[in-house]
Design a binder for this molecule. Sequence first.
Ligand code: IVH
Length: 707
Amino acid sequence: MTAGIPVEALTKAEAQAELTRLAAELKRLDEAYHRDDAPQIDDAGYDAMRRRNRAVEARFPALQRADSPETRVGAKPREGFAQVEHRAPMLSLSNAFSREDVEDFIERIRRFLSLDGAEPVEVVAEPKIDGLSAAAHYRGGAFVLGATRGDGTVGEDVTGNLRTVADLPDTLEGAAPPYIEIRGEVYMRKDDFAALNAGRDAAGLPLYANPRNSAAGSLRQIDPAATAERRLHFFAYSWGVLEDGGAAADIGRTQSDFLDRLRGWGFSVNPFARVCRSVDDMIALYDRVQTERAALPYDIDGIVYKVNRLDWQARLGMVSRAPRWATAHKFPAERAQTVLNEITIQVGRTGALTPVANLEPVTVGGVVVSRATLHNEDEIARRNVRNGDTVVIQRAGDVIPQVVEVLLDKRPDGAEPFVFPETCPACGSHAVRPEGEAVRRCTGGLICPAQNVERLKHFVSRNAFDIEGFGSKHAVAFLEDGLIAAPADIFRLHGREAELKEREGWGEQSVDNLLAAIEDRRQIPLHRLIYALGIRQVGEAGAKLLARHYGSFGAWRAAMRQAAAERESNPEAAKPADIGEAFADLCSIDQVGPGMADDLAAFFGEPHNLTVLDDLAGELDVEDAEAVAAESPVAGKTVVFTGTLERMGRSEAKARAEALGAKVAGSVSKKTDLVVAGPGAGSKAKKAGELGIEVLTEDVWFDLIEG
Ligand code: IVH
């Protein structure tokens, strides 16, 4: 073994062996990190290996390998699998954590569907499998295509691998629709996982963290024979694309009919699946499965409830990539005890100072945790957390681990209360906490290096610009070295090619690749640009809503400028309509609240932000947002509902109209195209009349949209 030998002591032959080892090992770690989202080592350990590789290369330049880790930027993403676009997006689920949340879920459905008190809402409840979702397509009853979920829109073609999964029939038994895409969860059993890891341990291979990671790794083996050895399983639970097979091969009228069809076609359906007729039924199943959870042969992390009637599912539709007709009732998070070594302060993109607990590493639910969030100043005081304390931490799903309890009897003598800083640890600016808010923020804004770093990290992140081979580590290094200062500079890097090629670890090829990847992103969808700006409260879903509403970069920018100006001249007004037309229009977008509108106005009210934005936009070719359902007669029209609607509730009417590409506004203005007035319509219908806007009855409206 060459691993332990100091670099100065290596012979030439040993150095060669060592470079071979490091190249393979670093390649594996890069892939685990970038491609599989499963880091196998902490940053310090990784950096030490990179340094060692550089040092060996520096001592023996002639031995540098063609595939040296120094010539690579990150890992080639997902090499080896073709992409599959999901014709129907693969959704995620909203969460419920308590009985109250479950009651709210049912209540929301009742309201949306305008059900009367006596009508029960049946749901199918079944375990939420902790695996990865996959889609299996059948044409004429034969398995023809298998895909991973990917980002929900585009996944990977893993046909050969899925074919090896037990419980996935090669041909559907009995009558099958002409084309159907079956969705479900691929998982590895706990005992198979333990055996796999024992074998890897014996062979000196790195271990998988938990059955889910191991199922994901197994499904993505380049060689299907390797997947077959891993003994994966599949529970089927829903469908994507469906070409109707008529009465002989339909999917039924309810979710539970559909589960029967799945069983009939030869799929495994989770044996706990039950129809529940009340919240009591749902909670009873939840409690029962929870007590049996540890003894089950596979990992689960909650119960999924789905509205049973398929016609109701269709009416309920979805909201921000999750169906309204389903929710995941999560089991309580897993917990562990450890020592808190030190509380440090992290400065976020928007200046928020977040206290972080640096922990003695501990395994929680199969993952090693060394940091946990302490949320904010009050939380530290409330929990009375001090450096050196023994604490209980919890980790739920993919969220950041949290400190939930301090074990006071284990507190070391002399532990001092933590004093929250009143200045920013990164730039020294005052950190202020507005009255009534929990968060203290650095006021350094654009001069704060920590905020700038976080903004750039966000800018290049996966759902923002996502420049291949240019991750947050590169953004930070380039910023520190003065190659870039603001986002637009990334698109001017081609002017600094010579400097880039001089950089340690960068060669001709890697610089060319980077510049090509940057060029690739010069053309960017509007919603990605909006999200990338990192405006407070404007997440991915918000960015998409804004892009859809305004359509083009120019229209969005102009509207935001106007909303900002209106806000500035009416700082005290509370009602959107009193602030101004652009501001009210912004607030009228479904799911854009006054909070987000205020943050947008604040961003556009800051001249420097406009400079940075316009500089960036000047480098880009921003794609207009796709008009949704352009063929519908109401696409692009602004509609106002008023009075009592008799055929469906307000929110359903609004969701239907928006799904057809209409904008639904709360008040009538010159921009309104149509007013739908039910009984009792008052001032709005009157105003529409004055402005000469067409007023429809509910029936005429339905005739129009149902054509
Ligand atoms: S239904 C339209 N049922 O949970 C709803 N999902 O958090 C689609 N999952 O991406 C999901 N077990 O991978 C459903 N019995 C189950 C599930 C389940 C696990 C996963 C699925 C989904 C994720 C959402």
